[in-house]
Design a protein around this ligand. Structure first.
Ligand code: FES
Ligand code: FES
Length: 153
């Protein structure tokens, strides 16, 4: 079946079976491989993208539900919040192996876009679904706080 998707500001036609997870369309049909597969059951956050501005787990979001909405992947981030997050990530040297980091950044940008001055518990709640097997959690939290400070200036 054909679906018309709005992804990273472009309208793209894709062919997929109904019920196909959006993740596979993003990676295999559109070749946007910055979004990663981790668990496949909405438990790790590696596949996080934005749908109508909110983080979703694309491994568990059928392509059928994505038509008509706005999808942003890590490749399409271009807001001021995203720039602050990416800069903070570099300054705090957050990344270790990197596998989880697209999802981490998508969740962090989603948080700061709605709440530019999050408390520790706001950060914990927003990031709870993003696992990192390299345990970069402390640096992620520091980077989110740094990005928040950058957004205040
Ligand atoms: S691959 Fe989607 S949450 Fe783990
Ligand atoms: S940086 Fe390696 S899994 Fe997070």
């Amino acid at each position: 079946m054909q679906y018309q998707l709005n992804i990273n500001g472009e309208s793209r036609r894709v062919e997929a079976e109904p019920g196909t997870p959006l993740l596979w369309v993003i990676r295999d049909e559109l070749n946007l491989t910055g979004t990663k597969f981790g668990c496949g059951v909405a438990s790790c956050g590696a596949c996080t993208v934005h749908f109508n501005g909110a983080p979703i787990r694309s491994c568990s979001f059928p392509v059928d539900g994505a038509a008509g909405g706005k999808i942003i992947t890590i490749e399409g981030l271009n807001s001021g919040v995203a720039a602050a997050v990416q800069q903070a990530w570099r300054e705090k040297d957050v990344v270790q192996c990197g596998y989880c980091q697209s999802g981490q950044i998508m969740s962090a940008v989603g948080l700061l876009s709605n709440n530019p001055s999050p408390s520790d518990s706001d950060i914990d709640n927003a990031m709870a679904g993003n696992a990192c097997r390299c345990a970069t959690y402390v640096r992620i939290r520091d980077a989110i706080k740094l990005a928040s400070q950058k957004l205040e200036v």
